[in-house]
Design a protein around this ligand. Structure first.
Ligand SMILES: *Cc1c(COP(=O)(O)O)cnc(C)c1O
Length: 387
């Protein structure tokens, strides 16, 4: 039989599964506990930290979309990541990219300092450094592609093969692209994690996370850990994210269509020094993006001419881009990494990482792209006048 399309899986998640009343849309089960059928006769669900029917529907839909065997919903993206690293013991090494999500980095750094595992941080595009790091036989190799905020890619298939050769588990944070645009399990990863807070829910009104495993038993083990450490997701958030998920494929198509137009517009503007978007032919990994992704996504960043004053002028003059952290909602957002997401970094380290004072990040929403470009155009004129 032909495999169902991703649009079909996304729309149909949990639809028409209510055996009691035939509800088309599945109900939210808010109950914290469930009766036993009788003495020593547990049902499928007993206590909502361990399991919840609404949560299961979302987890199943996400596992189907990623092509995995098992899905787990957690309270946040970071708690999904916290659950995955329970697989590590003090003698194990975790290998992470130097430019992974700041919250992930902070957690890995602080937990490794307390001796929970050993941490190796490398630029995974530096072949020599990567080989050297793999020689240390890490138990787990963490990937995140494209990266935030510079949209750098890593070759998942190649790194997963090298990691496999030394018996490491490969984890990919797939938040930026979602299974609609990138399926890491098919590229050799064992585990995918998501911040469902972003595109999967897509409406900026839920914080949630997910773990999807290729292997059933690994999924069962991680599900056990999620219950053990108490980080499973709420029924209401699962309901909301499942609702958002239904439109994920069509949202992403429009998101990335507008992002491509905005990238082209910025690329020819006199106030813009450089644009970072994998869909541009000038992006150094454009070919890799075409190979391992099914689209270029809707996150992009750019450097303005000038310095911090110009960045300030831009974010203060746009009106259709909210100045806010997070990403992936229907509404467009603008962020200034130097004073927001990456403010905690030492300035020298931040500049070394390529995150300059004039770097601007956009999460392109679903407003009319003509309106978004007009808005940017007006603000960039102010930037130009201020140089
Ligand atoms: C936001 C984000 C996270 C953390 O998710 P929360 O839902 O905020 O806990 C992890 N990874 C990436 C790439 C993110 O963008």
């Amino acid at each position: 039989m032909r495999k169902l399309g991703l649009e079909t899986i996304a729309v149909r998640g949990g639809i028409d599964t209510d055996t009691q009343h035939g509800a088309v849309v599945p109900p939210i089960y808010l109950s914290s506990n469930y009766t036993f059928k009788g003495y020593d006769q547990p049902r499928e669900y007993d206590y909502a930290r361990r399991g919840n029917p609404t949560r299961s529907l979302l987890a199943k839909a996400l596992a189907d979309l990623e092509g995995g065997a098992y899905g787990i919903m957690t309270s946040t993206g970071l708690s999904a990541i916290t659950t995955v690293i329970q697989l590590l013991s003090p003698q194990d090494t975790l290998l992470i990219p130097h430019d992974c999500y700041g919250g992930s980095y902070r957690m890995f750094d602080h937990l490794s300092r307390r001796g929970l595992f050993k941490l190796l941080v490398v630029d995974q595009n530096d072949a020599v450094a990567l080989t050297k790091a793999l020689d240390a036989k890490p138990k787990m190799v963490w990937l995140e592609t494209p990266s935030n905020p510079l949209l750098r890619l890593v070759d998942v298939k190649s790194i997963a093969a090298q990691a496999k050769a030394i018996g490491a588990l490969v984890v990919v944070d797939n938040t930026f692209l979602t299974p609609i645009l990138q399926q890491p399990l098919s590229l050799g990863a064992d585990i995918v994690v998501h911040s469902c807070t972003k595109y999967i829910n897509g409406h900026s009104d839920v914080v949630a996370g997910a773990i999807i495993t290729k292997d059933q038993q690994l999924g069962i083990d991680l599900d056990w850990w999620a219950n053990c450490i108490g980080v499973t997701g709420s029924a209401f958030d699962s309901y909301m994210a499942l609702r958002g998920l239904r439109t994920l494929p069509v949202r992403l198509q429009q998101h990335q269509k507008s992002a491509a137009q905005i990238a082209q517009f910025l690329n020819q503007h006199a106030a813009v020094k450089a644009v970072y978007y994998p869909g541009l032919i000038s992006h150094p990994q454009h070919e890799l993006a075409k190979e391992q992704q099914q689209g270029f996504g809707a996150m992009l960043s750019f450097d303005l001419i000038g310095d911090i004053e110009q960045a300030k002028a831009l974010v203060e003059n746009v009106s259709l881009f909210c100045l806010a952290e997070s990403l992936g909602g229907v509404e467009s957002l603008v962020a200034h990494p130097a004073t927001m997401t990456h403010a905690g970094m030492e300035e020298a380290a931040r500049l070394h990482a390529g995150i300059g004072n004039s770097l601007i990040r956009l999460s392109v929403g679903l407003e009319s792209v003509d309106d978004l470009i007009d808005d940017l155009s007006r603000s960039l004129d102010v930037v130009l006048a201020s140089v």
